[in-house]
Design a protein around this ligand. Structure first.
Ligand code: NOJ
Length: 575
């Protein structure tokens, strides 16, 4: 295995709209991010991934871009961006940009032209089709409810939109589209950014002939079958040769519908396409199979979760690279989803979950507020929702799948994306210190207790625990590169695994500190023990670890040799 700085780094995702508002308009901004760089430095992360900051009418909160080379008005100016980038680099922090090129906004100049006439030179930048028997050209559904096609009166054709109707899909089969995208990427790289997170990049190449897909429970064609299309790897290789290979970047593909075999191509260790991918299987395990949608009130089931993460840990070992995540701007808060967000166990379970994830092989991602153990919001009413996916689901699903609104509401409230998008909780002043204006979305009322200021002042906080996990990873090749082995596969409460690394296994490459040092001089091994349940349990440490060193534990000074595990207890021992 080879070293790489992006393998040894920890990434922090900022959702700019909800991070920190300096201007006072109730919406986070770039100057707000700049003002919090020292906070991120203190946490110890290496890379900041910014959700989109480009010009956008915000139908999908910035994932609908109307100009790739300008900044969203609410977020500031290009000068603010340049200042932020410089300030980040001065602190040794890298900036990774969101690249949203499966689709643009319908307000992008390309689409405005494209829809003018059937023979417009930009017509073929998007995917236009004639109606079929007076209906949509095929049975594909949008990820935001309803069909993936919108009829355009003016020219009598439908255009494809896998997301909202204000997000028309680009036609990547058109070489001019690829020229435009690669040109734009090169210009951002010349500015000095450090990488890209590529939004739904697995969807850019559409299946030949746009065929109907087998039907899902919601009456639309299976969305995963639209992923990993015939030319996706060819286009990413072209992107590598025309853009990525010219700079020292970190690249991560958001790959909806990715399988293990596909991931080995996207994120191959040969470096032909991207560095790593986000897979979705583990965050789909609490979905609603009966209705064929993600909305449910189920918790993430532990045994399937272990099996799934184990499949990815072992499946990509040596041949590709995992990204490690539970949280992002599309996912509910993990402490509510897998842990226990009650006052009694919120902190301990947040630390337990973090231990479980951060000791795996791959690059960990921390989503803003995760390092504080921020929770889901106690939604009362649809009028509080801001996310198009949640609003459309409440509006359209009851009619589509025959469910009452009252039944659906708790499910959308539980799995909805706005749970992640409530403002970052900085302190216990009004609006959690996020803004002096009126916040664009509700602030979680628990900010008076759960906030960064309080946690920075207390040594045993979730913040300081994350800080320690990150520092441990930075000091240990075993944690970054070691092989993974699951123990107690069918235990319903415990997630226990080992990591091993042999002397001489790391050969070459350059790490995050710029040194090309060899790996450990002797074989090394650690064990991660997490009780991801509210039950008291026992666990006998394997003999070989009994004299080992406790690297971290979430119940301070608990003597682990007594074999007892308290609810949500976690520890790591290296021998
Ligand atoms: C995935 C992004 O993470 C999500 O927020 C967005 O709505 C869709 N892609 C469409 O861009």
């Amino acid at each position: 295995m080879k070293r790489a700085w992006w393998k040894e780094s920890v990434v922090y995702q900022v959702y700019p709209r909800s991070f920190c508002d300096m201007s006072g308009d109730g919406i986070g901004d770039l100057n707000g991010i700049t003002s919090k760089l020292d906070y991120l430095k203190e946490l110890g992360v290496d890379v900041i991934w910014l959700s989109p900051i480009y010009k956008s009418p915000n139908d999908d909160m910035g994932y609908d871009i109307s100009d790739y080379e300008d900044i969203m008005t609410e977020f500031g100016t290009m000068e603010d961006f340049d200042r932020m980038l410089k300030a980040a680099h001065e602190r040794g922090l890298k900036i990774v940009m969101d690249l949203v090129v499966n689709h643009t906004s319908d307000e992008h100049a390309w689409f405005i032209e494209s829809r003018i006439s059937r023979d417009n030179p930009k017509r073929d930048y998007y995917i236009w089709r004639d109606p079929k028997d007076g209906h949509e050209p095929n049975n594909w559904g949008s990820h935001f409810s309803g069909p993936a096609w919108q009829f355009d009166e003016k020219t009598g054709q439908y255009y494809l939109h896998l997301f909202s109707k204000k997000q028309p899909d680009l036609n990547w089969d058109n070489p001019k589209v690829r020229d435009e995208v690669f040109g734009m990427m090169n210009r951002w790289c010349e500015k000095g950014i450090d990488g890209f997170r590529m939004d739904v990049i697995s969807l850019i190449s559409k299946p030949e002939g746009l065929p109907d897909m087998s039907l899902d429970a919601d009456g639309f064609g299976n969305r995963d079958m639209v992923a990993n299309g015939p030319h996706v790897h060819e286009y990413l290789k072209e992107m590598r040769s025309r853009v990525l290979s010219k700079y020292d970047l970190m690249t991560v593909g958001e790959t909806a519908g990715v399988t293990l075999d596909e991931a080995k191509k996207y994120a191959s260790s040969e470096g032909t396409e991207l560095n790593m991918v986000f897979q979705f299987e583990h965050v789909g395990l609490d979905g609603n199979k009966e209705l064929g949608v993600k909305w449910s009130t189920r918790k993430l089931p532990l045994v399937p979760l272990k099996k799934n993460l184990t499949k990815w840990q072992n499946g990509l070992d040596q041949v590709a690279w995992n990204s490690l995540y539970f949280c992002n701007h599309d996912q509910p808060r993990i402490v509510s989803r897998l842990g226990d967000d009650s006052e009694q166990y919120r902190e301990r379970s947040a630390k337990c979950i973090a231990t479980c994830l951060h000791m795996m092989q791959g690059t960990p991602y921390v989503y803003q507020g995760e390092e504080l153990g921020m929770t889901n919001y106690p939604w009362k009413d649809v009028s509080q929702f801001r996310d198009i996916q949640m609003i459309n689901a409440m509006d359209q699903l009851p009619g589509q799948v025959g469910i009452l609104k009252e039944e659906l509401f708790p499910m959308v409230a539980c799995k909805g994306r706005d749970n992640a998008r409530t403002p970052m909780q900085w302190d216990d002043s009004e609006n959690a210190g996020f803004t002096r204006g009126t916040p664009w979305i509700v602030v979680n009322p628990n900010y008076t207790k759960v906030n960064a200021k309080e946690q920075l002042s207390r040594e045993d906080s979730v913040f300081h625990y994350y800080q320690k996990l990150i520092a441990l990873r930075h000091s240990s090749d075993l944690i970054v590169y070691g092989h993974y082995q699951l123990l107690l596969e069918d235990d319903p409460d415990l997630y226990v695994y080992k990591r091993t690394l042999k002397a001489g296994e790391i050969e070459g490459g350059t790490g995050r500190d710029g040194r090309a040092a060899d790996g450990p001089k002797q074989d090394r091994e650690l064990i991660v023990v997490c009780n991801l349940s509210g039950n008291e349990r026992t666990f006998e440490l394997p003999e070989e670890f009994k004299d080992g060193k406790v690297l971290i534990q979430n119940i301070e000074a608990h003597n682990i040799s007594d074999g007892r595990l308290a609810p949500y207890e976690a520890y790591v021992v290296e021998r």
